[in-house]
Write a protein that binds this ligand. Structure first.
Ligand SMILES: O=C(O)CCC(=O)C(=O)O
Length: 303
């Protein structure tokens, strides 16, 4: 992962590719026309194969190991059907830690998040700038990032994926995507977050992928989703407790608070001692899903 990305050739054998293409085509047919479709919103029993691949060790455990984390959970499962985007890093300073800190954390503790493109049809959309995940933009890159579309940059590499190949990358790497002329794109686009590792939570979504779709999955996959939701729910609570502690007079005091919030602080102290194994009950998970309150998970690039 020194370059910030790794290509895994032939990770999907041809027979399985057929099944996955049918699964994804069925999902895309049901979804509104979009360049990026959230699979979990449109999956049904017949099309479950593509979603279940996300929990397969070829992708899931490979990601966990790359992140050097004891545990991991998917943050989103999309299929890319088109899309073109100029040079960018998946960072947004209004709700993330600064890039320098993220890069230092990656150097010391491994990436907190990895993202995959797994091609079900040949795909050479993605371009990356090797090594840029661990440095700031140079002068050329500063000129073009988020302003000039896909333009040539010295040192950039096109990631050529044959059907069945995947690429996993640290998504603060400088990257862009441009059509390769194929009418049809069917590329699984998956993100995994580290849990229980040494690194920080740099990126925190207001909503997780939920469990509204698990009735369509095989029991083993449904069970994993409930577990992943618990990890995410626990993280939400931990982040909320940290924020409450800060408001209550700890680090920052950005809101000029009075410094007195003992119940929250007591809870935060309790949280600090908890392992990542969640104690949330099923009913708590269900409450989060109830009443249409679930928000759609955003893509880390907010695309
Ligand atoms: O379409 C692609 O392969 C790239 C997607 C992308 O730029 C992103 O997810 O941030």
């Amino acid at each position: 992962m020194e370059a910030g990305y790794v290509v895994v050739r032939s990770m999907i054998p041809p027979a399985e590719l057929e099944t996955l293409r049918s699964s994804v085509d069925a999902i895309v047919t049901r979804a509104p026309d979009a360049g990026r479709v959230t699979m979990t919103d449109w999956v049904d029993r017949q099309s479950a194969a593509a979603v279940e691949l996300c929990f397969d060790d070829r992708v899931f455990d490979f990601s966990r190991q790359l992140m050097e984390a004891p545990d991991a959970a998917p943050l989103g499962m999309w299929v890319l059907c088109a899309s073109g985007t100029g040079w960018h890093r998946d960072i947004h300073p209004h709700d993330m830690a600064p890039l320098d800190g993220l890069q230092e954390d990656i150097r010391l503790n491994g990436p907190p998040y990895v993202q995959w493109n797994i091609a079900l049809i040949d795909d050479s959309y993605l371009r990356v700038m090797p090594g840029s995940h661990l440095r700031r933009n140079n002068a050329d890159e500063r000129q073009v990032e988020r302003s000039q579309g896909v333009v040539p940059l010295p040192g950039a590499k096109t990631v050529d994926l044959a059907a069945g190949d995947g690429v996993v990358y640290i998504n603060n790497i400088l990257h862009c995507a441009e059509s390769n002329g194929n009418e049809k794109r069917r590329t699984l686009h998956l993100g995994y977050q580290a849990f229980g590792g040494r690194g920080f939570t740099h990126f925190f979504l207001p909503a997780t992928m939920g469990v509204h779709f698990i009735e369509h999955l095989s029991p083993w996959a449904a069970e994993k989703c409930v577990y992943f939701e618990r990890l995410h729910a626990q993280r939400h609570d931990d982040v909320a407790a940290d924020a409450a502690r800060d408001r209550g007079g700890g680090r920052g005091r950005l809101d000029g608070g009075t410094g007195s919030d003992p119940p929250e602080r007591a809870r935060a102290d309790d949280d600090a001692g908890r392992a990542v194994e969640s104690r949330l009950s099923d009913s708590q998970i269900q409450r989060r899903e109830a009443g249409g309150q679930r928000q759609r998970p955003l893509h880390p690039d907010y695309g």
